[in-house]
Design a protein around this ligand. Structure first.
Ligand code: Y12
Ligand code: CO
Length: 172
């Protein structure tokens, strides 16, 4: 499967993703293709909509304490529901769909996530730290929300100006 990262301001990133009904070979092939793309592009999280597929799917591979990004820690999340969220945290986020831009974003510190794995099994995960932040970032993608939507209006205007300029220079 030949996947490509969809970049802002592509309208596909604003689509709402739909529930996965079939836990079949097609789903497994998509998940299997998303993983190497995320690793090759230095990502730690990737939603299916970021490759143009509006399904409630994302993958996460958070580095361990040594900074190692081992496939053993890969989490494949399908049809997620966040049930509890509490606390506050701030982290400088980035997104493969918004290249070369990082900004401090406020999120919940802890959450409980219910989801299905690639076989359709129901799973529950209690998350904090970077995992919790990454889940919230990817979950937003399923709703068509990007981290830049959380910037103040003045910071957003500055971002739009700088981003457009960088896009033009990229094309030259
Ligand atoms: C904390 C904050 C955000 C997330 C969501 C997942 N975000 C990423 O995985 C972002 C990756 C990223 C990687 C980049 O590196 C390359 O493209 C080589 C990058 O750099 C450029 O755009 C040039 C930007 C973002 C999880 C946890
Ligand atoms: Co993102």
């Amino acid at each position: 499967m030949n996947l490509k990262i969809v970049e802002y301001p592509d309208k596909r990133l604003r689509q709402k993703s739909e529930k996965v009904e079939n836990f079949n070979k097609e789903l497994h092939e998509l998940l299997d293709a998303m993983y190497p793309l995320m690793i090759e592009t230095n990502g730690i999280g990737l939603a299916a909509i970021q490759v143009g597929i509006p399904k409630e799917i994302f993958i996460l591979n958070i580095p361990d304490e040594e900074g190692e990004q081992s496939k053993e820690n890969l989490i494949e999340i399908i049809n997620p529901v966040i049930s509890e969220k509490k606390g506050e945290t701030t982290y400088q986020e980035g997104c493969l769909s918004v290249p070369n831009f990082y900004e401090d974003i406020h999120r919940y510190e802890f959450l409980t996530l219910h989801y299905q794995d690639r076989e359709g099994n129901t799973c529950t995960l209690e998350a904090d730290g970077l995992l919790s932040i990454a889940i919230q970032h990817e979950y937003d993608h399923l709703l068509g929300i990007l981290f830049i939507d959380k910037l103040s209006s003045s910071r957003r205007r500055k971002f739009e100006k700088e981003y457009k300029k960088a896009q033009k220079e990229k094309k030259r």
